[in-house]
Write a protein that binds this ligand. Structure first.
Ligand code: ZN
Ligand code: FE
Length: 253
């Protein structure tokens, strides 16, 4: 089994490094420097690069990493990804032999149109689609696409460890609490996350069970969520329109 290590980058990004023995794979290396530093310090070698979507904070480090380690870059086929060797559309399985790693590729359009998530060994790497307590903004896809993508991620096992690409949990939960002030598990998570952040620790990974219990974007059929959404968009009635109302409300929160 591999170990997952968080590499902080920029203001609030996480680059995920999966390591087994001396071999490592990185997910969304927006910046090469902290990755090269860690690999060099530990004497680990890079065996592959996984990209969830084309935004610079997720792929900006590819060129420098490839210069040092001539590895394969996996990523969305229909997005401009630097040095992409293995174009993916969802439904494939990525195997990285040095780590004995096998990941399913899941298409999760919404934040961007080609956005991918990688799932395997109980871990989900979901980029900017599902966040701790929230979800990504809709830059390219429709609300229907994003709602559908989140529904498919929510169908993964409850104990799935959710590795998203940003530390947005605390702010997301402030919004979640505005949506669902009566959610006890959410109140508990807010307290826990405050303690974790006060210690300067990451709140990621969470689990799918935690997200399903506290993330309003996965709770669009819960009565309190529907009622709150209707205060902002009275015509919201089903899962997708409630989701749309929440996403719009959050954009201005
Ligand atoms: Zn992004
Ligand atoms: Fe991002």
């Amino acid at each position: 089994m591999f170990e997952v290590i968080h590499i902080p980058a920029f203001k609030d990004n996480y680059i995920w490094l999966l390591r087994q023995g001396m071999h490592a794979v990185v997910v969304d290396p927006g910046d090469a420097r902290p990755v090269l530093n860690l690999l060099g310090r530990q004497g680990w070698s890079l065996s592959g690069i996984l990209i969830t979507h084309h935004h610079a904070d997720h792929q900006g480090g590819i060129a420098s990493l490839k210069q040092r380690y001539p590895v394969q870059v996996y990523g969305p086929a229909c997005e401009p990804i630097h040095g992409l060797d293995r174009p993916l559309r969802g439904g494939e399985t990525v195997r990285i032999d040095p780590l004995g790693l096998s990941l399913q590729v899941i298409a999760v359009p919404g934040h961007t149109l080609g956005h991918l998530a990688y799932y395997g060994a109980g871990c989900l790497f979901c980029g900017d689609t599902l966040f701790g307590g929230g979800c990504g903004r809709l830059f390219e896809g429709s609300v229907e696409q994003m709602a559908d993508s989140l529904t498919r991620l929510a169908a993964l096992p409850a104990d799935t460890a959710v590795y998203c690409a940003h530390e947005y949990t605390e702010a997301n939960l402030r919004f979640a609490l505005a949506v669902e002030p009566g959610n006890r598990q959410l109140q508990h998570r807010v307290d826990e996350v405050a303690v974790t952040r006060a210690k300067g620790l990451p709140t990621i990974p969470s689990t799918m069970a935690i997200e399903k219990a506290t993330n309003p974007f996965l709770r669009c059929t819960e009565p309190e969520v529907v009622a709150s959404a209707r205060l902002h968009r009275p015509e919201a009635f089903d899962e997708v329109t409630v989701f749309a109302a929440l996403r719009e409300w959050k954009n201005h929160f």
